[in-house]
Ligand binder design. Structure first.
Ligand code: ATP
Length: 345
């Protein structure tokens, strides 16, 4: 297969398992985001792909070649780390040309490639600038260009945006994704920011406690989260208990929900329903009854918090669709069955 395969990769540090039997196939040209909370093993997994850490078990195969034990410098991977690690005393051009110079490229070859890469990262003419005088976003781009100088087989980035402020992060995410699409290079980014992952990735890999909890396209992860951990980690959601009677009719918060079915033989489960999928109406007509406890108007969206049977449910609407209610009002909560995702235990 053309691409990267991680086969049953485990990493133990003493008797602690940081990465636990991870198997993942990444077709050539895919943009992967490894996503998860702090300590879930994403950096360790990336470091094993990079050759900076050796797996305790399992194999890493790139384009049919087993590279599990290949030294880092033989892999020809481009890497960008959180710190960026640019050489502060060198110019932009010398930073970008660093690996080319080590490989013995001529001055002309270096200059041509540096110019090419500077165009690619939208900093043409910056070759002679000292790195120390660049802005955060410009440094970020230079680190990316330096990592791409040798046309690497894989592009690996560990929390590359974490030093940037929120606005700049968002524009760099778009830029990085566009650059990756232009080059068609297989890319793996570690992040703990789900918006960042949703913006850039073809394949989001959600990790928890060293294991893959779900690996799928961003929209699939959002719409069809595999379990409560994934549902809660990706965007915000309402997690509700559901029970079914012998005929399969489902009850949520003490009210039967027409059209909602649990798999055969399952009497209790959790469901996830996104705030934007919940409709608030007038009470009655079979809807769950609740009391509005808080309204958060964020300008672009309005969040309505409703308490029902001791549980707080959040519904989101655009200002145009906002429910005409105030705090203290009784409302009907409608859960469209097609938007309810039954989660794995
Ligand atoms: N060299 C090491 N020796 C011992 N334990 C380690 C080592 N490297 C990582 N760990 C442990 O392995 C676990 C996973 O670490 P890792 O850095 O991969 O997590 P992460 O998901 O990238 O988290 P973060 O977002 O905080 O960087 C952590 O509990 C960490 O303490």
């Amino acid at each position: 297969m053309s691409g990267l395969s991680l086969n049953d990769i485990t990493k133990e540090f003493g008797n602690f398992t940081a990465v636990d039997q991870v198997t993942l196939n990444v077709p050539h040209g895919t943009f992967v985001c490894l996503l998860g909370p702090s300590g879930c093993g994403k950096t360790t997994l990336l470091r094993m792909v990079a050759g900076l850490e050796e797996p305790s078990a399992g194999t890493i195969v790139l384009d049919g070649q087993d590279i599990t034990s290949a030294p880092t410098h033989k892999r020809n991977f481009g890497m960008v780390f959180q710190s960026l690690a640019l050489f502060p005393h060198l110019t932009v051009g010398d930073n970008i040309a660093y690996s080319l110079r080590i490989r013995g490229a001529s001055r002309d070859e270096q200059n041509t490639r540096v110019d090419e890469l500077l165009k690619l990262i939208h900093l043409p003419g910056f070759a002679d600038r000292p790195v120390a005088k660049l802005s955060g976003g410009q440094r970020q781009r230079v680190a990316i260009a330096r990592a791409l100088a040798l046309s690497p087989r894989l592009f690996l980035l560990d929390e590359p945006m974490s030093a940037l402020d929120a606005k700049l992060r968002e524009s760099m995410q778009v830029e990085l994704r566009q650059l990756q699409q232009q080059l068609g290079i297989t890319t793996i980014v570690v992040t703990h920011d789900q918006r960042e992952a949703m913006t850039m990735a073809d394949l989001v890999v959600v990790m928890g406690e060293g294991r893959i909890r779900q690996a799928a396209a961003p929209v699939e992860i959002y719409r069809r989260p595999a379990d409560a951990f994934v549902a809660d980690f990706i965007g915000s959601t309402n997690l509700l208990e559901v029970s079914a009677d012998s005929a399969g009719r489902a009850t949520v918060l003490g009210t039967a929900v027409a059209g909602l079915e649990l798999p055969a033989q399952v009497a209790h489960a959790s469901i996830s329903i996104r705030p934007e999928d919940i409709h608030l109406t007038t009470p009655g007509n079979g809807a769950i009854t609740g009391t509005v406890t808080f309204i958060r108007d964020l300008g672009g969206t309005v969040e309505t918090f409703v308490e029902a049977s001791g549980k707080t449910i959040v519904a989101v609407a655009t200002p145009r669709e906002r429910p005409n209610v105030t705090v203290g009002a009784q409302v009907g909560i409608v859960l469209p069955p097609e938007s309810c995702v039954v989660l794995k235990k």
